[in-house]
Design a protein around this ligand. Structure first.
Ligand code: ZN
Length: 254
């Protein structure tokens, strides 16, 4: 869609399932199950939506989804039901190959937002770009993830990276270093302040609540505003102030 002089597209990643109790915090199951029916493991269905912004000069991705580096055990645990590689969704909706993306922005480094920052060489290739992934690998050698977007600057707040590298016990499981360490090694990770404007009209700001260092984004263009809440409001059900995730570190501060 056209948004002022920018083009904006929503890029769905994949369905996954998380514990309903953790998703709705103090809200009793008898209440939330009416709007989010759980499966037999008490999990509720979620999806991840990333955002593409083409400014004419920069091709930006905000968030990269859950990624494709998961073991069979974790795929089962998180109910990851991937139908296509993330790169294929990006290509089909924007025409961009991974090498065309110039900026990747992570609001925070939880694995369901930054999982697609990096990828294994052996990952399923996407149609239209088989040269970038899917090469044969030696199965005896443990795979090293590499940046999925080889020409992009990856922007993350310095405060968030510091938290990711020394997380609290409550959110330690959400941080997987292979989602950012290869970017440090390649020199692509750029540490940003708590508020910044990567391109005119797009502002990132740190909002306490989900964590101390997560950022939200706001795009003002052509007299219109689009706001990305990230995990401050993870689903439409969380618009009610009492419906706050159990994952949040500062649930009463927003
Ligand atoms: Zn999160």
């Amino acid at each position: 869609m056209q948004f002022g002089d920018y083009r904006v597209e929503i890029i769905p990643d994949t369905e996954f399932w998380l514990d309903g109790g953790a998703m709705f915090g103090v809200v009793p199951r008898v209440v939330w199950e009416r709007v989010c029916p759980p499966d037999e493991k008490n999990r509720v269905r979620l999806n991840m939506n990333c955002v593409y912004i083409d400014t004419g000069k920069e091709k930006i991705l905000i968030e990269t989804g859950i990624g494709e580096k998961w073991s069979a055990k974790k795929i089962e645990m998180y109910g990851i039901r991937r139908e296509r590689p993330f790169a294929q969704s990006v290509f089909e909706l924007t025409g961009c190959r991974p090498e065309d993306i110039t900026v990747v922005i992570n609001t925070h480094l939880h694995f369901d937002h930054a999982g697609g920052n990096t990828i294994f060489q052996s990952s399923t290739p996407y149609e239209g770009g088989v040269d970038a992934a899917g090469s044969a690998v030696d199965e005896d050698v443990p795979e090293q993830p590499r940046p999925q977007f080889p020409n992009a600057r990856y922007l993350v707040s310095k405060s968030e990276l510091e938290h990711a590298e020394a997380p609290h016990e409550r959110d330690r499981a959400s941080y997987v270093p292979e989602n950012w360490q290869p970017l440090q090694e390649s020199g692509q990770l750029k540490l940003m302040p708590d508020e910044y404007e990567p391109v005119p009209g797009l502002k990132l700001q740190t909002e306490r609540g989900h964590s101390e260092t997560m950022q939200t984004w706001r795009l003002d263009r052509g007299g219109k505003t689009m706001y990305g809440f990230a995990d401050l409001v993870p689903t439409r059900h969380h618009l009610d102030p009492a419906w706050v995730m159990g994952y949040d570190l500062y649930p009463t501060e927003f």
